[in-house]
Ligand binder design. Sequence first.
Ligand SMILES: NC(=O)c1ccc[n+]([C@@H]2O[C@H](COP(=O)([O-])OP(=O)(O)OC[C@H]3O[C@@H](n4cnc5c(N)ncnc54)[C@H](OP(=O)(O)O)[C@@H]3O)[C@@H](O)[C@H]2O)c1
Length: 305
Amino acid sequence: MTLGTMYFGTTVPEPTAARMLDEAYDSGIRSWDTANNYAFWVPGGSGDESETVLGRWLRTHPGRRDSLDVATKVGARPRPGSRDLADALGLSPTAIRTQVHDSLRRLRTDHVDLLYAHIDDSSVPLADTIGAMQELRRDGLVRRIGASNLPAPRLREAIRSAGNGEGYSLLQQRFSYLRPDADANLAPQVLLDEAVADACGSAGIGMLGYSPLLSGAYTRGDRPLPDGYATAVTARALRILDEVAASAGLDAGQTVLAWMGQRRQRVQPVVGVSTPAQLRSAATAVRTSLGIDSLTALDAARMGR
Ligand SMILES: NC(=O)c1ccc[n+]([C@@H]2O[C@H](COP(=O)([O-])OP(=O)(O)OC[C@H]3O[C@@H](n4cnc5c(N)ncnc54)[C@H](OP(=O)(O)O)[C@@H]3O)[C@@H](O)[C@H]2O)c1
């Protein structure tokens, strides 16, 4: 699994975040996900917090950097003075380079292992965005490049735009066991749907899925399903999920995490946690084997088959 750190330093206080980073590291969860805008939308947040907390942890744990896989994202940070995504710094070559240097400063590191283009920026040709990211890789500031929140047609265009250089190797989109209605409005988030998965499969792009737990809705009475997720297949899909969960000795949310990483079309879960207990729950989940029959039953039930 990848550890999502979106609320570290805002709603998750730094001491709790640091404890979870310690525990994650010690339990072998070494893939950490942040962005240069987490979490500007929280009251009092600037967007610096998550990277800053990770950077302080890295500084106080010298020697651990090389065994970590730190990913950050650029492009969706509002310009100074704005709190509006429509007014984001974007993905022009100059904007990307400036944002990466700011991220490296906050993260207190000389490189990131993975740099994502956070949300699509249609005002810049994809070839320019990808070219700028390739250049950062050549300069050693970035090890791999990826994209997030690209609909299938733009992803196909990005694959074509990579030129002779290595293009996006990973894609991070919204993904869970339950699928929302086709017309659900998730903007600015983009779903990892079948068309996206097919494009990734043909191009050899690895897939990561964020918001896998739907904020806890699989297990918590205080968390209703997000808008658009109550569809004609939801009740039956949840029943099958509960059956598989019971046979695996997991709860429903844990079962979703295990299923994502073990299904044929593997989608690595990017898991958000706010307590050490949630971190341990996720770590147990992704280490529990579900078996082929359960995986097949879940894949079918979510599609309404
Ligand atoms: N690329 C993008 O555009 C994008 C967008 C969104 C997120 N992300 C990444 O994905 C990560 C996860 O996103 P998310 O927070 O939306 O994920 P999520 O899986 O939908 O929800 C995580 C939340 O679920 C609850 N939870 C976690 N473990 C639980 C458990 N065992 N039992 C019950 N509830 C539990 C917690 O809520 P409470 O804290 O309220 O307890 C936690 O904050 C982020 O940290 C970020 O790194 C990326």
